[in-house]
Design a protein around this ligand. Structure first.
Ligand code: EPU
Length: 422
């Protein structure tokens, strides 16, 4: 196993380019199952989750060719498989995104039930309830969701919670259903809107993706698409916090600041100076950050995927902040590790009370999930002394070459073999 080592205390300076968004790339890759012909995707980030989705699609008979740079061609013309095996699904919950497309295209899908996960139970009952509404017959057999339907039938679906991947699965399924569907209380995340754009370009008749009310008129078949994946708003937010906690001057280029309004507002409230362009954001970190309360929520509220990173900045802010997590029930695993670096954080129910300390001190810490690992790296960048973050494989699921991007900004950070691992 590898670990990341950080010698903290250096202000980050310079420009960094945003990578393609993991949570947009994964559903778009799954959507290629719906198309007869090669889908050409650009700006696909080089991430472990993308490699897992590639392996999963290949196991279903999709031909995947990694082009030069960030390009990927996915051709499901000859795909025949409909079983997403446990070995792949257990390593990445987003594998469930193949359920809707497989069912819609082949009339049958068997997808291993994703197990529990570090940040919460994360059931998929809403995906299944929606597919049931579309006429699928669903059973659970030997740990697999088995769904069957001759042709799905359009339906009105109200989601009890605006699940992001639930909304996506249902959009993809309804696109090939007979008749019209309405998804109410849909997730409004930009990645959902982007999937709507991609499905539209494939020939789907879909309106309202990105709002809580999505209307879909099913079509007989969908064709291939050429698409460039949108920039990753969570990666961008993470770099902005890196600028904030190091009193740095960081510009993220090729991003969409509009997708980050809640994060930008909170960084301003915390005392950072932000300069915003159409496709770039520059942050100048203040000498001392100020406490700012945060409550996570569905878009456009503050993203749960930025909660851990923002907490690292509040750990060294002046004053006490309350960070409430409303999406996942167990997304405070980074707290114990930040405390090892000297942070003063108490968890009370679904909130963390963060009393800012003068500074953090470097320590050996362990990553527990993707965004927790980003938070620990940010803590390490701000801390005096050396931090080692072990179990770093989590970070490679969702950040492309994070140590290279940060060292280009002047951070003293590198990856090495973890002598503590087997
Ligand atoms: N939920 C249910 N039943 C369902 C679906 C969801 O109860 O059938 C609950 C979940 O347990 C959770 C809440 O609803 O408490 C919201 O979950 P959602 O379904 O929206 O999450 P997701 O679709 O599984 C996506 C992202 C996550 C991100 C969440 C919330 C992808 C591939 N994953 O997950 O990204 O945190 O939305 O915005 O898009 C990450 O990138 O680090 C990550 C975890």
């Amino acid at each position: 196993m590898e670990r990341i080592v950080i010698r903290g205390g250096t202000p980050l300076r310079g420009e960094v380019a945003a990578s393609g968004a993991k949570n947009a790339a994964l559903p778009i890759m799954a959507a290629s199952l719906l198309a007869e012909g090669p889908c050409r995707l650009a700006n696909v980030p080089g991430l472990r989750d993308v490699r897992t989705m590639t392996a999963l699609l290949e196991s279903l008979g999709v031909r995947v060719v990694r082009g030069p740079g960030e390009n990927l061609v996915l051709d499901a013309s000859e795909a025949t498989g409909y079983r997403a095996a446990y070995d792949l699904v257990r390593t990445m919950r987003a594998s469930v995104l193949v359920l809707g497309p497989l069912l819609a295209r082949f009339g049958e899908a068997q997808v291993s039930l994703p197990g529990g996960c570090a940040i919460g139970a994360r059931p998929i009952n809403l995906h299944l309830k929606g597919l049931d509404k579309l006429g699928a017959e669903i059973t659970i057999e030997e740990g697999y969701v088995c769904a069957r339907s001759r042709r799905l039938q359009g339906a009105r679906i109200y989601l009890d919670l605006p699940s992001v991947t639930g909304t996506m699965n249902l959009m993809m399924a309804a696109s090939l259903a007979r008749g019209s569907s309405l998804i109410e209380n849909a997730a409004c995340e930009p990645e959902v809107a982007e999937l709507g754009t991609v499905l539209g370009a494939m020939g789907a008749r879909i309106e309202g993706a990105g709002t809580d009310h999505i209307q879909i008129e099913g079509v007989e078949r969908l064709g291939p698409v050429d698409h460039s994946v949108m920039p990753d708003r969570i990666e961008t937010g993470t770099f902005l916090v890196a600028g904030a906690v190091t009193r740095g001057d960081v510009t993220v280029r090729g991003c969409r600041p509009k997708h980050l309004e809640a994060v930008i507002e909170k960084l301003i409230e915390a005392g950072a100076d932000l300069r915003i362009d159409d496709d770039a954001v520059r942050i100048l970190g203040p000498d001392k950050l100020r406490a700012a309360d945060v409550k996570t929520g569905g878009y456009p509220a503050f993203a749960t995927d930025m909660q851990a990173q923002f907490m690292a900045s509040m750990a060294i802010a002046e004053g006490t902040s309350v960070i409430a997590e409303t999406i996942f029930e167990n997304r405070f695993m980074h707290v114990a590790e930040l405390r090892r670096m000297g942070a003063d954080i108490r968890v009370q129910g679904n909130s963390a009370v963060v009393r800012g300390v003068k500074g953090l001190s470097g320590a050996p810490v362990m990553a527990t999930d993707l965004r927790a690992s980003a938070s620990l790296i940010l803590g390490g960048l701000a801390a005096e002394g050396q931090t080692t973050v072990s179990r770093i494989y989590h970070i490679d699921r969702g950040y492309e070459q994070i140590e290279n991007k940060l060292s280009a900004l002047g951070a003293r950070i590198w990856r090495e073999k973890d002598p503590g691992s087997l």
